[in-house]
Structure formats: structure tokens, C-alpha cells
Design a protein around this ligand. Sequence first.
Ligand SMILES: [Zn+2]
Length: 477
Amino acid sequence: MDHYDLLIRNGRVLDADSGFDDIADIAISNGKIERIGPNINPASSSDSIDASGQWVMPGMIDTHVHVANAADLGRIRGLGLQMVAGAGATTVIDLGGSMDALTAGITARGSGVNVGSLGYLKPGETVPEGRLSPGKIAEIVDTALEAGSLGIKLWGGYYPFTPDETAKFISTANDIGAYVAYHVGTTATGSRLDGLREVPALLGSKGRIHLAHINAYCRGSILPVEDEIREALQILDDLRGQIVSEVHLARPNFTLGKCNDDGNVLADVVGNCLRLRNYDPTADGIRAALRDGYASTVDETRTGLVLVTGERGIELFNEGNTDVPMSFPVNNAISAFQLTAAKNSQNEFIVDAIGSDAGVLPRNVNIEQAMRLVKFGALEPTEMVLKLSLNPAKMMGLNSKGRLSEGHDADVTIIDPELGKASHGIVAGKLIMLAGRVVGSGGTILTTRRGERAIESTGIPYETIDISKAMMYSGRI
Ligand SMILES: [Zn+2]
């Protein structure tokens, strides 16, 4: 008789690759899926999970998180790794972090998730101040790969380069075979629709890129929101062979509350959020918005950061001397919804994936929000799985993940459809989240061949991936 390590029994198994959607058992051995079928003998397995009434999907892959930034909000290292596992992720890609912060996080508070990271480009930290020569740009991309990153993240919305430098970063990463993600914006444009309009010129006919959180560029700052959404979708569809993209579905934004000595808020975003509801753009305005429950800041618990408002929020704001993270429920639901659901004339989704832009930010709501779209009828269950797992796997070239079929990695996410949340997470056949509670530890770093030596020296397990297989380079197959 066959013998398995783990059996997931009686769940509704959803696989976007094969279109499979039926009640079945999944048998796992040695970290791989051995068999999927009805009525596998429970006595044939050492361990089993009863998934009756639950949905079973290939492990959620979140291609946009923040868990490895030296300046992360959490004072406890690695808290973001706990939070992503608690939300049902089994693999995450840190979109702009340092490998040192990542390895420290995995060591301190790893949750068993697989993590890849893109090196962030910040003048004065990872990049010299002032104009950059092509040689310097090549050196910066090389340094990121040698450190173990999968590539680079251009943070145009915060640290914009000139259009020439931006184009050179992209073409250099493309030539070297590094992954490259872009939060749009250069010195000539912003983190808005104009930044997205600039992308075709930056890419030329050959450039390849991952465009981050498309909804962030459709907030109605240039045109009415509906027109921005329509134009953004057209730009993405026209660039179909050259880009991959994601949206996030969270209502809360994140920004900084810091005020100057006169008590006026420094960040534009904060001022705008306050004025939107007729609060003064001042420290007292923030206090009033916190008191009313409109503004939130974050507090730290053992399992992660949480949004807090009211008197406790004011206390934290005062303790932090205004220099604390702030959040307002202002992200546009219409753009998130339309960008997620939109299909092109070939009936293909225009935006490939749902990515949280969360991690250590308390808005890891991919599954929660996608389940709402499923209940609403905007996504079929297997379409949700496509956006949460199969397409993200393809985006990263993770060909053994994103699929629930024999021979693939036994990374699995189980969803409680009543709660609309992940209940269990399994990585390589091992439970990392059980009934909503994170039980995993450590983790595996995803790196490229060039980063093997650096990761080896940390002692953390790693898996080497081939970025030439990433969808931006290999195409949509
Ligand atoms: Zn981000």
C-alpha cells in the first residue's frame, strides 16, 4: 500500500491550471503532491486534515509584499512574515527590501513561507546621490543579484530617477536577466496615471517589467476615476507582451503622520486624506480624525501590527511625536474592482494578479477581498485561484508552484468559505498555519544562481529560480 505524509481530505479542490473544481483528497509525500482523487484511504497517511466544507487551492503567492525593509514599521523583526502566513500566503515576493533585513527577519520570526526579494533603489542608501552613469547602473543591479535578490524594484513614487536613468535600469535588468518591478514615476511624472503613460516610452519595443499596484495610479488625480481606469487598462493591454501587473484590494492606505514644529502635516497624502473629510491638515486635525475613527495608526502585537484608532491611536500619535504610520480608508474600491475583473478582447484578464502591497502593513486582505468578489459573482472560484496563485507563480517563473496536480510542490492554502479567510497554510507538505494560527518557523529564500553564495553563508535554506522563466521574459504560456 502507498504511504503518504499528509492527506487533505474532502475539500473542494480548485486548480486554475487544469480547471479542476471538485471534492477530492490530496495525498502529499516528501513535499510534493503525490495523488489527487476521491476517497484516498485515510489509513495510508501518517497525518490528515479534514477539509470538509473548505476550499483547497495551490498555495497563495503574493507578488507584492513588504517584509524585508530595514525601515519596516515593526520594531520586532520578521513580523511581516508572520502576518503574510496568517493571511494564507505560502510564497511572497518582497518588493523592495534588503537581504540583510530579510535574513534577520527569517531568523527571528520566520513563519515557514518562501520569500524572494527585490533590491530597493534609494539614493543615499543603495544608490549614490546624483546622476547615474550606465556603468554605475549595471553595478547596482549586479550588486543586488550578488546579495541574493531576484532583481530590483524601482520606487518611482518615492525615489524617482530621470526617465533616462529609469529606462537604463530597466534595460540593464532585462539584459542581465534580473527581475524588475516598477512603482511608476520619474522626475518627469508622478505616481499617477501620467507615470503609467510614460511606461511605453521607457520600455521601447523590447523592455520588460512588472508594474506594481495599478490601482494606485487610478485615484482620479488627473481624470475622473472611470476614465483613468479605462486608459490604464488600454495601456496595459497594448503592452501585453512586455509587462506583468497586479492590483491590491485593500481600503486602507499607508503614509506618515509627521508634522512640523508649527503642527502642520508634512506629507501631501496625509493632508489630502484629512481635507477629504474636512479635517485640518494639522496635528490636531489628525487627533480629531483618530478620535472619530477615520484615521488610524498602528500598534504592535505578538502576531503582527494592527490598525488602531480612537484614544489609543491618539496616545500612540502623541508618544511618537507625530512621526508614526498613518492610515486612512481611502483606496478607491471602483478601480480595485474594475482592474481586477477587466478582461481584454481575447477574454483574458488584463491585470495578471492580486498582490497585497502589505506584508508588515496590516492589510493582508488578498483572500478576504477576492472571496468577496467571488461571492459577488465578479470572479469564478478558479479565476480567483488564477489571480492568487497560478499567475503569480508564472510571473516569478515558479513552475513547480501555483498548481494543484501530481508532482508539483505541496504548497497549499485552505480557505474557510464561510469566514472568507484562509484557515490553513501548507508549505512543502508542512503546516505553517493551522486554524488561523501561524505555526511555521524559518523559511526558504528564493534566489538566483548569482545569489547562491551569499544566501549559503546565512545558513538559511534557499531555492534557486531561473528568472528567464518569469512571465515577463517567457511570455504568457
Ligand atoms: Zn509596495
